[in-house]
Ligand binder design. Structure first.
Ligand code: COA
Length: 374
C-alpha cells in the first residue's frame, strides 16, 4: 500500500504565486499584500485587478477597469430567457451554475483571454443572480442597466434593494468580497485547476468551481451558519444547544479550517463589520449569540470562527436573504479561480492522483447464462 493522505491533507501539489494561506506572518496574502492592508485600503475591483493582472492598478487604470466592468454588465436576451425558465424552487447556486454555463454557450471562450472572460463573469453574475431572484421571488423583471453604481458591491446591493445602498452596507459588502476573492488551493479552486489540467475550457473550470463551492463544508457554510444562529432566541438557549450539539459530535458550521490552526485572519476583519452593523441596526440578539457561540467553540473544541461565521450576520444585517449568501462567494471567487486557471495553463500537467485498491482480488467472470437466478 502506498502512503495516503485522507482529504489530501498536507499534500503539496504544485507552486503558486497567487496567495499564501496559513504561512508565517499575517497568514493570508494576495500576491504578497497582507489581507489586512487590502481589506482596509482597497476596493474589490482593485483586488480583482491584482489577482487577474498581477499588480495593483493606479488611479487611472482603476477608473478604466471599473468602467470596463460597468460596460460588460448587460445580459444576453437568451440568458434572461433561461433564467426565467429555472424554477423558483431552485437553489441560487444552481442558478449561477446554469447561468455561467449558458453564457459559455452564447459567448464561447475561444480566442478570448482569461482576464477578458473573468471580467465578463464578474460583471454579469450579480445580474444573473438578481434577475432570477426578482423574477421568481418578487414577480418583477428588473432592468439591470438602471443601477449606475461603479462598484460590484454597490451594483449588487442596488439591484437587490432596487435603490442605492447605504454607504456602510456597500463598504461592508465590498470588504467581504475582498476576503472571499482568493484562498490558495481550497476545494473549489483545486476543482477548477483539475478541470483546467485536462485542457478543458474556461467555463467548464468555473462551473466545476461553483459545483464544488456549493457544499456546506466549503462555501455553503455561510448559509448553514446563518440557519444555526437564527434558530436561537437567547444567548442562554444558544449556549445550551451548542453544547448539546457538540456532545452529539455534530459539526458547527462556520468553525474550523483545514490549513489555519489557531485563527482565520479573515474572521477578525469581518467580525468588526458584524459588530459595526449590529450596533447600527440596534441588534441586541444575533451578534451577542454569535459571540457566545464563538466562546463555547473555543472552550469546548479549541476551534475558531472561519470567514463564513461572521459573514453570515454581516449579510443578514445588510438585508440579504440567506439563500443568496453562497452565491455572493461565487461573485468574488471568480477572480481567484480565474487567476488559478491562468497559472495552471502556464505550467500545465494533467492532475491525476492514484488510490490504494481495497476491492475484491482478481476473479473469474461467469457468463450471463450461467449466473443463475436472484
Ligand atoms: N464543529 C465541530 N467539530 C469540528 C468542526 C466544527 N466546525 N470542525 C472540525 N471539528 C472537529 C471534527 O469533528 C474532528 O474531531 P475528531 O477528531 O474528534 O473527530 C476534528 O475537529 C477534525 O475535523 P475534520 O473534519 O477532520 O477537519 P478537516 O480539516 O477535514 O475539515 C473543515 C476542515 C473546514 C471541513 C471542518 O473544520 C468543518 O467541517 N467545518 C465546518 C464547515 C465550515 O465552516 N466550512 C468552511 C471552511 S472555510
Amino acid at each position: 500500500m502506498k502512503t495516503k493522505s485522507g482529504g489530501l491533507e498536507g499534500v503539496v501539489v504544485g507552486d503558486t504565486a497567487i496567495s499564501t494561506v496559513g504561512k508565517e506572518g499575517v497568514g493570508l496574502t494576495y500576491r504578497g499584500y497582507s489581507i489586512f492592508d487590502l481589506a482596509e485600503q482597497c476596493s474589490f475591483e482593485e483586488v480583482a485587478y491584482l489577482l487577474l493582472y498581477g499588480k495593483l492598478p493606479n488611479a487611472q487604470e482603476l477608473a478604466a477597469y471599473q468602467k470596463k466592468l460597468q460596460d460588460l454588465r448587460p445580459l444576453p436576451k437568451d440568458l434572461k430567457t433561461v433564467l426565467e425558465l429555472i424554477p423558483a424552487s431552485a437553489h441560487p447556486m444552481d442558478v449561477l451554475r446554469t447561468g455561467c454555463s449558458m453564457l459559455g454557450n452564447l459567448e464561447p471562450a475561444e480566442k478570448r483571454s482569461i482576464p477578458e472572460l473573468a471580467n465578463r463573469l464578474l460583471a454579469t453574475t450579480p445580474g444573473m443572480l438578481l434577475y432570477w431572484y426578482h423574477f421568481h421571488h418578487k414577480g418583477n423583471s428588473i432592468n439591470l442597466e438602471n443601477a449606475e453604481d461603479s462598484s460590484l458591491a454597490g451594483y449588487f446591493l442596488h439591484l437587490l434593494y432596487q435603490q442605492k445602498a447605504p454607504e456602510e452596507f456597500r463598504r461592508a459588502f465590498d470588504v467581504s468580497l475582498i476576503l472571499y476573492a482568493e484562498h490558495e488551493l481550497n476545494a473549489s479552486t483545486f476543482a477548477s485547476r483539475v478541470t483546467t489540467s485536462t485542457e478543458s475550457d474556461y467555463y467548464s473550470a468555473i462551473v466545476s468551481g461553483i459545483g464544488t463551492l456549493r457544499g456546506p463544508l466549503h462555501g455553503g457554510a455561510n448559509e448553514a451558519a446563518m440557519q444555526l444562529i437564527e434558530r436561537f432566541k437567547t444567548v442562554n438557549e444558544a449556549e445550551k444547544s451548542i453544547r448539546e450539539l457538540l456532545s452529539q459530535k455534530a459539526k458547527i458550521m462556520g468553525f474550523g479550517h483545514r490549513v489555519y490552526k489557531s485563527s482565520d485572519p479573515r474572521s477578525d476583519i469581518i467580525k468588526v463589520w458584524s459588530r459595526t452593523l449590529a450596533e447600527k441596526s440596534k441588534d441586541s440578539h444575533l451578534y451577542p449569540i454569535s459571540e457566545r457561540i464563538e466562546e463555547i467553540m473555543r472552550e469546548e473544541k479549541k476551534l475558531f470562527p472561519n470567514l463564513d461565521f461572521y459573514s453570515a450576520s454581516v449579510y443578514h444585517f445588510c438585508g440579504i436573504p440567506t439563500f443568496l449568501f453562497t452565491p455572493i462567494f461565487v461573485l468574488a471567487r471568480i477572480s481567484g479561480w480565474s487567476a488559478h486557471i491562468m497559472e495552471q495553463r502556464e505550467n500545465n500537467r494533467l492532475i491525476r492522483p492514484e488510490a490504494n485498491y481495497i476491492g475484491p482480488s482478481e476473479r473469474t467472470l461467469v457468463a450471463l447464462a450461467q449466473r443463475g437466478h436472484a
